[in-house]
Write a protein that binds this ligand. Structure first.
Ligand code: ADP
Length: 258
């Protein structure tokens, strides 16, 4: 029966190896879809802005300042695409992505700038309740921006799809928990149904025709990799959805302030 036990051990090891391999494949598949998802946004914006510039030039009615704004936006979006690709290369080389001390209020403003066309088109009113005195966090800029972007986009899309009469988005930053910075994104959309709640953060769960169901799952992975947490809060003031994430604030700053 020694050989029986050996056989069973061998079998268990093989099973483990298979599982690990499948896990890696899954992660790579998710990553590839995630990157396609992330790149799509800046590339679409670049194309839209480029065509808008051409139209403006062709019409002969060129407002220099407006054109400069559009060109600047193209530049920012192209840099963003480059950063996403750099990040992918780092991942493939298994390097740790660069983390830096970040002011989350700044990241929020940047994301709102990027999404401004969509927000305006959807008729969404954005209310900022940003605490200017929050501590900075040690994090990977593009990744955290991606999380904020996903939450804001989901909120806007939910209000449009629901045809909500009032379309209001409240973004809050505050210190909270134990030395943490909390970001909240609240909308006045339909909220999250009971059935949806349990699987909300699972990959490939979507209610959208063209959705991939990866936004929330990727976002949660990013925040957890930063020792934080991302969750749906049921204490929303209205019927809409309220998502929050918390990230640990830097202790270094506390010390240097003394
Ligand atoms: P996707 O946006 O591709 O569907 P997500 O993981 O970001 O993927 O979202 C999963 C699903 O969660 C969405 O399809 C939607 O049904 C629901 N959801 C996410 N955010 C909101 C929100 N703010 N309001 C209502 N439903 C939401």
């Amino acid at each position: 029966d020694i050989s029986d036990r050996k056989l069973a051990e061998e079998e268990a090891r093989r099973h483990q190896a298979e599982l690990a391999h499948m896990g890696r494949l899954n992660t790579m598949g998710e990553m590839a879809s995630g990157i396609a998802h992330e790149l799509n946004q800046p590339l679409t914006a670049i194309a839209t802005n480029a065509y808008a510039s051409i139209k403006m030039l062709e019409s002969g009615d060129v407002a220099n300042e407006k054109l400069a704004d559009i060109m600047e936006n193209i530049g920012i979006q192209a840099e963003r695409s480059g950063e996403i690709i750099r990040q992918l290369r780092q991942f493939v080389r298994k390097e740790q992505p660069q983390r830096a001390l970040l002011d989350l209020n700044e990241l929020i403003e940047e994301v709102l700038m990027l999404l401004k066309p969509e927000i305006v088109k959807a008729g969404v009113l954005v209310e900022r309740r940003l605490d200017r005195s929050i501590k900075r966090v040690m994090a990977q800029r593009i990744q955290i921006e991606q999380v904020i972007l996903n939450l804001v986009k989901n909120a806007v899309e939910a209000m449009v799809k629901d045809n909500s009469a009032t379309r209001r988005l409240i973004i809050t930053t505050e210190m909270g928990g134990r030395h943490g910075v909390i970001v909240s994104v609240e909308d006045s959309g339909p909220g999250i149904s009971k059935e949806m709640r349990d699987t909300l953060f699972d990959p490939f769960i979507t209610s959208k025709e063209k959705g991939m169901g990866l936004g929330l799952s990727i976002s949660q992975g990013i925040i957890e990799a930063h020792q934080g947490n991302l969750y749906l809060d049921s204490s929303s003031s209205g019927a809409g959805a309220l998502f929050r994430f918390a990230l640990p604030a830097t202790q270094m700053e506390e010390e240097s302030e003394r």
